[in-house]
Write a protein that binds this ligand. Structure first.
Ligand code: PAF
Length: 282
């Protein structure tokens, strides 16, 4: 596995591969890799000749400075994991290389999608995400890029950005990887205490209950969402939102919409947990 930190060296290597007619997949990450990330890399290997994984803890997408400071740096372990699954290149640019002026003077915004749900609670977060993903796309120039469906809003937002800006990149979402008790894998699970970790699977269970009720004909989304939030709050979570949305644009679904997604975000102790279930109505 090649390890590159300089943008110029990355460009040279990418150019070399492109001259050989090889296709490139990019898996953007912030490191602290778990089995969910590794599944993205394995999936990417099946879809392109070369797989590039970027590891960059992007200051621009953290709405709280303490979260940025607390974010784990685990490069040595991450490199071992990537090497073991055949990643071709790990790109680890410095903050100075990415934001030479200390911040991004030019930003990429995806209006509406960037300020609802997760974007409403974490102001500026998606502006930071779309800006860094854009910059990484300009540096790596991948044919495809792989994202986890766990961050469903991020996936839809990046797909929208690529469409709107005519970028020749296929953005693919791969299924959420779960622990055996159903909890979606996430770097944030590391912030849970042992007691919190034991109750954490209740979150996904509540989402599953809502989807089952809807599939069985209950169309009162509002009351299903509220009851689930109440139950979670009674169990020690603080529910931020639990909402059924239209899948493609994440707007409130109309009667005729059948391709839906249930998105949720809850606090459990210090961890903000995200999860979702994609489903269709007949
Ligand atoms: O999902 C993440 O880890 C980040 O938001 C991403 C896509 C790597 C951008 O920094």
């Amino acid at each position: 596995m090649i390890h590159i930190s300089e943008i110029l060296s990355l460009r040279k290597r990418i150019k070399h591969w492109k001259q050989q007619g090889l296709t490139i997949a990019l898996v953007p990450t912030m490191g602290n890799l778990h089995a969910g990330h590794i599944a993205l890399v394995t999936g990417a290997k099946e879809l392109a000749d070369k797989v590039v994984v970027s590891i960059f803890i992007n200051p621009l997408q953290f709405d709280k400075k303490e979260d940025l400071l607390a974010y784990p740096h685990t490069l040595d372990e991450d490199k071992k994991k990537l090497e073991s699954v055949g990643c071709d290149l790990v790109f680890t640019p410095s903050v100075e290389a990415i934001y030479p002026d200390g911040t991004a003077t030019t930003r990429v915004e995806v209006p509406v999608l960037g300020v609802i749900l997760e974007g409403k609670s974490r102001v500026g977060h998606f502006s930071g995400v779309s800006t860094i993903v854009n910059k990484l796309f300009n540096m790596v120039m991948p044919d495809i890029s792989i994202f986890g469906q766990k961050d469903f809003q991020q996936l839809i937002l990046v797909q929208r950005m690529v469409l709107d800006l005519n970028m020749p990149i296929k953005v693919i979402g791969l299924a959420t990887v779960r622990e055996s008790d159903g909890l979606a894998m996430s770097s944030r699970n590391g912030y849970l205490t042992a007691t919190e970790r034991r109750i954490a699977p209740l979150f996904y269970q509540q989402l599953q209950l809502i989807v089952t009720a809807i599939k069985n004909g209950n169309k009162d989304f509002q009351s299903l969402q509220q009851s689930a939030a109440k139950r979670l709050n009674a169990s020690g979570f603080i529910a931020d939102y639990i909402e059924v949305r239209e899948r493609k644009n994440l707007q409130i679904p109309l009667e005729k919409d059948t391709n839906l997604v249930l998105l949720g975000s809850v606090w459990l102790g210090k961890a903000r947990l995200l999860d979702n279930i994609v489903f269709s109505l007949k």
